[in-house]
Design a protein around this ligand. Structure first.
Ligand SMILES: Cc1cc2nc3c(=O)[nH]c(=O)nc-3n(C[C@H](O)[C@H](O)[C@H](O)COP(=O)(O)OP(=O)(O)OC[C@H]3O[C@@H](n4cnc5c(N)ncnc54)[C@H](O)[C@@H]3O)c2cc1C
Length: 401
């Protein structure tokens, strides 16, 4: 069997693996990234890039499409679908804390393609498509990985392995790690359209969270498309939810009238809230969806995965170039990222989803009071903006020794 050697093997080239590999390669680390797909996935998932993630991508010089074609959204709105009330939050209020006081709206697959292209330009990086990790084992000196190519199974020997292989992570399973949490009962239906739905709402912004106990909605604009996320009954078959009748009913309820709205995508998702018990085991670090899944309310999943990726890359550079102790550095990575994932990402997305679904234990009145308080109190609003922009969680992680 062929055996290849590398300093770091990155498994999976979604946005998180691509950032991890690029951050390592830019420090001259010898890194190979493997990905089963011939080109990256192009499904509709993340579209919101928060302020600190923009800083990271700018620093990695991997934001060409994001910065040139993405839509700048300084303002996001919470709306109550039944009363019509609107609360707007302006990231311009925290412009003293970030060079990018806005979200950028752009599909994750476009940004991932730029990241992979930038990775391929790095002299110490290698990108291998159509290669799938089958199994891995480790000892004190490194990790041995078995990778399926089009024609054979090849062996890789790496000093460290970064697992960015997504929600069904093979690495997590091989390590026998639990992935505790829960799955929401309802399905989430994601539609996209070029139809000008802003005509049906007054002053709609590019990012809108619309709460409603009957049918909440997230309306997000990305270049050329509106994306609409709505809950769908768990007991209804996917074919029914994806059919024209159901789509037409969603738009009829949204627009308040019959309208022929063509869609570009229709996708059903099951949404989970899960955090793995470990983010690092021996010489293996796990990042992104491989170790945490959450509801898309707030747009934290990919962003927090990218924050994992730069954190672990920094620790591996300290070990591989600075001579730091590997066990101590990976334990620090785990402490920092596991803590903020549990305390902030999971807690906040559960709360954001609860408020969208409304109606739960009087959440509607509670939400209105909270929003009214934030409207009137500048300091509280700044704290809220910094938290929802993920700036606070990065500061909290950095403060953990
Ligand atoms: C509807 C929806 C909306 C969302 N919106 C947002 C948002 O606005 N903001 C946000 O931050 N997040 C959002 N998310 C979450 C976001 O999409 C994910 O958190 C993100 O894709 C995770 O990136 P990743 O690289 O960890 O995993 P993935 O993107 O899943 O990539 C994993 C990669 O690993 C590869 N792989 C799998 N198995 C193997 C193997 N055995 N060997 C090698 N490679 C392998 C896969 O092919 C894939 O390319 C949303 C999710 C959904 C469903």
């Amino acid at each position: 069997m062929v055996t290849h050697e590398v300093e770091v093997l990155v498994v999976g080239l979604g946005p998180v693996g691509a950032v991890a590999a690029l951050a390592l390669a830019r420090h001259g680390i010898d890194v190979t990234a493997i990905e089963p797909l011939a080109a990256g996935a192009t499904d509709l998932r993340a579209s919101t890039f928060h302020c600190p993630t923009l800083e990271i991508l700018h620093e990695l010089e991997a934001g060409a499409t994001l910065f040139s074609q993405g839509l700048k959204a300084p303002v996001y709105q919470y709306r109550d679908r039944q009363s019509g009330e609107v609360f707007a939050f302006d990231l311009g209020e925290i412009a003293d804390r970030t060079p990018f006081p806005y979200r950028i709206q752009c599909e994750q697959h476009r940004v991932t393609a730029d990241l992979v292209a930038q990775l391929q330009r790095q002299p110490t990086a290698q990108v291998l498509h159509r290669q799938r990790l089958l199994f891995m084992e480790q000892d004190e000196a490194g990790v041995t990985a078995y990778v399926e190519t089009a024609t054979a199974v090849e062996r890789w020997r790496a000093r460290f392995l970064v697992a960015a292989d997504g929600a069904n992570s093979v690495v997590r399973k091989v390590l026998g790690l639990e992935f505790p949490g829960f799955t929401y009962d309802e399905k989430f239906l994601c539609l996209s359209t070029t139809y000008a739905i802003e005509g049906a709402f007054e002053n709609l912004s590019l990012v809108n969270y619309i709460s409603d106990p009957d049918e909440w909605m997230v309306l997000l604009k990305v270049p050329g498309l509106w994306r609409i996320l709505v809950p769908a009954p768990e007991n209804m078959a996917d074919e029914t939810l994806l059919a024209d009748d159901y789509k037409n009913a969603v738009f009829r309820r949204m627009l308040g009238r019959e309208a022929e709205v063509a869609t570009q995508h229709r996708t059903i998702y099951r949404v989970h809230q899960r955090v793995c018990e470990r983010f690092a085991v021996g010489r293996v670090a796990l990042v992104g969806d491989a170790v945490h899944l959450n509801s898309p309310m707030g747009g934290f999943g990919m962003n927090s995965g990218i924050h994992d990726a730069v954190n672990v890359a920094d620790k591996l550079v300290r070990v591989l170039r600075g001579g730091a102790d590997p066990a101590a550095q990976l334990a620090l990575y785990e402490r920092q990222r596991l803590t903020v994932t549990r305390d902030f990402v999971q807690a906040q997305t559960i709360e954001n989803t609860r408020l969208m679904r409304d109606g739960w234990a009087g959440a509607r009145a509670e939400r209105r009071a909270a929003m009214a308080r934030l409207s009137q109190d500048r300091d509280a609003r700044r704290a809220y903006l910094l938290k929802q922009a993920m700036i606070t969680s990065l500061e909290q992680a950095a403060a953990i020794a």
